[in-house]
Every structure is written in structure tokens, then in C-alpha cells.
Design a protein around this ligand. Structure first.
Ligand code: ASP
Length: 375
């Protein structure tokens, strides 16, 4: 009898243990704090796909963030925020983990040196994190090449940096922004895009910031790299077909980490009957450097040359570029003797970017000419 009661007790205890063990869920065994952490981790891992690259989109405004009724020329640039840009292209989530930051929201004619420095520092900071694989900057097309070249010279990273814009506002029929943005994210997440410096992606083409320029006021195929060529194409897949021969990004000598301003560099344009007073006015207004968009191979009229030489004598660095839109400006003759430097193949607006950065390091004309030959 005693043994029977003892066996029954053991059976009852065993049943109780089994029952309580089964009914207790794993969560019930955790403290509320642990439970919250578990949920957070699992919800994060549900939305984040670990095998996809992590891309940050830094938005600055422009037509890609513009709105109109249906017009492609009358619209307000820089009104749509970065979250709306991302929401408009949900397909991006299949190719990358994307998130956005609004740096500024302006038409690109209002991008100034302060914004360049802010953007450059932010891109550098983000890329220094092991959690970020690439950066996309959305930007107005008017001065896009200047910002792209600035990043090309100042961000010390070999991770992809892609600058993108659009020629039609987000509300236009057949807006080009969504597909350009999708392609930009695709390129920024591509392993093959590493080490190529800052890239510009529009209209299914990949261009180097060093070589590309805007060539047409309104057409969607406005960004061209006539002389040097595009470096790649996007036809669903990415096809790279050219290498960059100029120094950039992690091989660049220019650093902005401790800068809060850039030296004033102005651009003057050469034309028939121009005068030397243009140079005097720039010097008086505080220019430390002047880029001259000369005719042909960076030529100056006699009057302009007098003004340029006067500026050089006052310690201002003068660089000859060209208004032709393409080709190399060579160092030759009296121009060299008078320390009028040559922009090599940089157009005036990009020569200004390089000259600003060069002047943060030196005012030696020979050294600055070397920079123009190397970058
Ligand atoms: N005006 C515009 C801008 O540069 C043009 C564009 O984005 O295409 O912001």
C-alpha cells in the first residue's frame, strides 16, 4: 500500500513537471527587459536583409526632388524630402538596405562651399563605418558635376560614392528620377564600383566625376563624357568598361576634415572686347584664385592677359581653362613665363573646385600646376 502511494506521488510530480514545462513559452522564461530585446532584434532582422549592401542616401534637393503639375521646365526644385524619394522606389529594398538623410533641400545653383564641406564631411564619416557599403547623393543637375568632383577629391574611402539627379521633376510624365535613383543604389552597392572614385549615374550611364559634364539644358541624356568616355553602362546589370587614370578619393592629398571654409576662387569668361578690369574686380572682391574660361586652348586677349598678370603679381593664382566645352588646355609660351597655369582637361567649374582645394595647401604655382596634371 505504501509503495503504491509512493508510486502515485512520483507519477503525479512527473505529470506536473511535464505540464508546467510544456505550457511555459520561451518568452515567459525571460525578464521583461530580455523580452523587449529579443523582439527588437527579431524585428530588425526581419526588415534588414543581411546579404544586401547597406546604402545611405544623402539628399540635397534638385529636380529629382522637384514638383510641378506636368511641366518639365516650370517646377520647384528641392521640395520633396528624402523619405518620399525612397518611398517612390520600393524596388530599391530588393537590392539594398537603404535609409536616407536630408543634408539640404535646394536647387543646385544654391549649393555653396559651406554645403560642400558639410556634405563631404558627412560622406566621409558614414563611409568610415563598417556598416555602410556605399553612398548615394541626390542632387540638382545644374552643378552636380562640381559636387561630384569635390567628393572625388576629398573623401578618403574606396567605397562607392554615386551622385544622381534627374532632368524631369518627380511629377512629370515619364519622370527619370526613380529609375536613375534605383540605378544609383545598384551601382553604390556593387563590389565592382569600389575604388573608382565618385561616380555620376543618370540615363543608364555611369560616368567618372572627373570627366563628366552637363551638356544640354533640358534633355534627359544631358550628362556626357565626350572626350574621355563613360566608364560604364547599366542594362539591368552593370557593365564597367573604362578605368580612371587620375588620382582620387583615398589617393587624394586634399583633406577637409579640419576646414570650415574654402578660399574664394572666381571664374571669369573670355569674349571679344573683354577687359582687364574683370580681373581687378575679382581681386578687389577677395579672390585668392581666378579661373579664366578662355577661348580655344585657354587663350586670353591682350587686355585680359594684362589683368591676369596684374592679379598674379598681387599673389592671386590664375588658371586658364576653356569655354569650348572639351579638350586639353596646354601649358605653353608666355603663359608659363607669367605663371598663368593650365587647367589640363578640367572645365572652368571643376578647375575652380580643384583650385580651391589646391590653395588650402600651397600657393606655389609649380605645385598647383602639378595638381592640375595629376587630378
Ligand atoms: N535647377 C535644377 C537644379 O540643379 C535642375 C536639375 O536638378 O536638373 O537643382
Amino acid at each position: 500500500m505504501k509503495t503504491q502511494r509512493f508510486l502515485l506521488l512520483i507519477l503525479f510530480t512527473a505529470l506536473l513537471l511535464v505540464f508546467t514545462g510544456c505550457s511555459q513559452s520561451p518568452e515567459a522564461k525571460e525578464s521583461p527587459k530580455e523580452k523587449a530585446q529579443t523582439q527588437k532584434v527579431s524585428s530588425a532582422s526581419a526588415s534588414k536583409k543581411n546579404d544586401l549592401p547597406t546604402i545611405k542616401i544623402l539628399a540635397t534637393g534638385g529636380t529629382i526632388a522637384g514638383k510641378s503639375k506636368t511641366s518639365t521646365t516650370e517646377y520647384k526644385a528641392g521640395v520633396v524630402g528624402v523619405e518620399s524619394l525612397i518611398e517612390a522606389v520600393p524596388e530599391m529594398k530588393d537590392i539594398a538596405n537603404v535609409s536616407g538623410e536630408q543634408v539640404v533641400n535646394v536647387g543646385s545653383t544654391n549649393i555653396d562651399n559651406k554645403t560642400l564641406l558639410k556634405l563631404g564631411k558627412r560622406v566621409s564619416k558614414l563611409l568610415s563605418s563598417k556598416d555602410v557599403n556605399g553612398i548615394v547623393v541626390t542632387h540638382g543637375t545644374d552643378t552636380l558635376e562640381e559636387t561630384a568632383y569635390f567628393l572625388n577629391l576629398t573623401v578618403k574611402s574606396d567605397k562607392p560614392i554615386v551622385v544622381v539627379g534627374s532632368m524631369r521633376p518627380s511629377t512629370a510624365i515619364s519622370a527619370d528620377g526613380p529609375s536613375n535613383l534605383y540605378n544609383a543604389v545598384k551601382v553604390a552597392g556593387a563590389h565592382e564600383a569600389k575604388g573608382k572614385g565618385t561616380l555620376v549615374v543618370l540615363n543608364d550611364r555611369i560616368a567618372s566625376a572627373r570627366y563628366v559634364t552637363k551638356t544640354n539644358t533640358t534633355a534627359t541624356d544631358t550628362f556626357k563624357s565626350e572626350e574621355m568616355g563613360y566608364i560604364g553602362t547599366i542594362a539591368d546589370d552593370i557593365y564597367f568598361h573604362n578605368e580612371i587614370t587620375r588620382k582620387h578619393t583615398k589617393d587624394s592629398e586634399f583633406s577637409i576634415s579640419s576646414l570650415d571654409k574654402l578660399p574664394q576662387v572666381d571664374i571669369l569668361y573670355g569674349y571679344q572686347n573683354d577687359g582687364s578690369y574683370l580681373f581687378d574686380a575679382a581681386v578687389k572682391a577677395g579672390a585668392k584664385g581666378i579661373v579664366f574660361a578662355g577661348s580655344g586652348n585657354g587663350s586670353l586677349s591682350d587686355a585680359a592677359e594684362k589683368g591676369a598678370v596684374r592679379a598674379v603679381k598681387k599673389g592671386v593664382t590664375v588658371v586658364r581653362s576653356t569655354r569650348t566645352g572639351d579638350g586639353v588646355v596646354t601649358s605653353n609660351g608666355d603663359y608659363v613665363k607669367n605663371d598663368l597655369l593650365a587647367s589640363n582637361s578640367l572645365n572652368p567649374q571643376k578647375a575652380r573646385i580643384l583650385l580651391m582645394l589646391a590653395l588650402t595647401k600651397t600657393d606655389d604655382p609649380r605645385k598647383i600646376q602639378d595638381y592640375f596634371n595629376e587630378y
